[in-house]
Design a protein around this ligand. Structure first.
Ligand code: AMP
Length: 407
């Protein structure tokens, strides 16, 4: 049974095709520079890499190419449309309506369209992917899996901003949180590794990639998360500033005579590690530069680590008892020195890092704390697409079962 997972960004498409028996990845790929010159598709399947360089003007053209490659007579891993059981889409913003994965119909599309205003940098592209796949594979059921859904259990105290309540009521202006699928994936994995049900665990999950967010989980349910109304809030990221005094943005806009869009660009695309270092948004580049004596790179990394440490402290206070802290995504999974910098001096709080394990987490099932550390720290690879595929399968099976029962 094959499920195709699609993740459309503003100028890119990531996809993975799963054989659900054993959750085997049959093919995966990345199409970049959509709408620009020199669009490039990198398609991985059966141990081979296929690269196609050709201008791709739109997401629909891009997905048409992806479907062609997947169904290629010689090297394709899909026979025809009937060979795809369902398509799962990552959708960033589900607002207050979508608190679980949802079978897509015209009504759902309309509701996602309504939420475009809440996530103008993401939802329009997710929607473009959905519309294109409906045209390309009209008989195949499509499911939306929302980044915000896992966070819907946050209490009011965590999701409300202290601005006049009428704006929450009028616009839904509140903290939604993002990366929910990744936080849920690693939380479930941590439960599996600990041999305990997730509903008994209190966890702090740290998704540290190009975008970064943290989540406080009590008995398997989210009680707080660091991203807010948009993905800009919270931790320092590759190019996003994270938490900032809103008055600083107003000050800058006035002094530099910046429009709303320009200030949005500055805070989302020119800030974070890139803005602080003036060098790069990539931790690999900054770590190398810091080792070679670049003090701005070292400072950017220090500010990044400090912000994560501060949130760990906050979430320890929110949760009271914590069983484990989990690091995931590009930085969290791959940078022992960043993990070590984040956890520096934190042992009085019950987190005792084992530096040898930190260098080689694979040897200890991802556990990088000492045997007697009251709070465990784990390094887990996230795989959002696998969870989207699992959710998609469940939703479609349930709808088939329900419609069969209705007959
Ligand atoms: P993601 O968004 O999860 O793909 O993470 C991308 C980011 O992870 C990159 O921009 C890098 O900053 C970081 N990254 C990836 N590999 C490494 C590594 N080996 N060491 C440090 N940082 C890494």
């Amino acid at each position: 049974m094959k499920i195709l997972v699609i993740n459309c960004g503003s100028s890119s498409i990531k996809y993975e095709l799963f054989a659900m028996e054993g959750e085997k990845v049959l093919a995966r790929g990345f199409l970049e520079k959509i709408g620009e010159e020199g669009s490039l598709l990198s398609h991985h399947s059966q141990g081979e890499v296929l690269r196609i360089k050709r201008d791709i003007p739109s997401h629909e053209d891009g997905l048409e190419l992806v479907v062609q490659v997947l169904m290629d007579k010689e090297k394709g891993v899909v026979k025809d449309a009937s060979d795809v059981f369902a398509v799962g889409h990552r959708v960033v913003q589900g607002g207050e309506k979508f608190i679980e994965p949802t079978l897509i119909d015209d009504e759902v599309i309309e509701a996602i369209r309504q939420y475009q205003g809440l996530a103008p940098l993401h939802n329009p592209f997710n929607l473009a992917g959905i519309m294109a796949m409906r045209r390309l594979l009209p008989e195949v059921p499509q499911v939306a899996v929302f980044d915000t859904a896992f966070h819907h259990t946050m209490p009011e105290a965590a999701y409300l901003y202290a601005i006049p309540m009428k704006y929450y009521r009028k616009y839904g202006l509140k903290r939604y949180g993002f990366h929910g699928t990744s936080h849920r994936y690693v939380a479930e994995k941590a439960a599996e590794i600990s041999n305990l049900p997730l509903s008994e665990l209190n966890l702090i999950t740290c998704h540290l990639g190009n975008g970064c967010s943290m989540t406080a989980i009590r008995q398997g349910k989210v009680v707080d998360t660091s991203m807010g109304f948009t993905p800009l809030e919270g931790l320092i990221m590759g190019t996003r500033c994270g938490d900032i005094d809103a008055a600083a943005a107003i000050f800058l806009a006035e002094k530099e005579k910046l429009s709303f869009q320009e200030i949005g660009n500055l805070l989302n695309k020119e800030s974070g590690l890139l803005g602080l270092s003036g060098l790069s948004n990539d931790v690999r580049v900054l770590e190398k530069a810091a080792r070679e004596g670049n003090s701005k790179a070292a400072l950017a990394l220090e500010v990044f680590a400090y912000r994560v440490r501060k949130y760990i402290g906050a979430y320890l206070a929110v949760l009271g008892r914590v069983d484990a802290i989990i690091f995931t995504a590009g930085i969290g999974k791959n940078s022992p020195s960043m993990r070590s910098a984040i956890l520096k001096g934190i042992s009085p709080l019950g987190i005792s890092l084992d530096e040898a394990r930190n260098q080689n987490p694979e040897k200890t099932q991802g556990i990088i704390t000492t045997e007697d550390s009251p709070i465990k720290v784990l390094v887990i690879r996230t795989h959002e697409e696998a969870l989207i595929a699992r959710d998609t399968l469940q939703v479609v099976k349930k709808s088939l079962f329900d419609s069969g029962r209705a007959k």
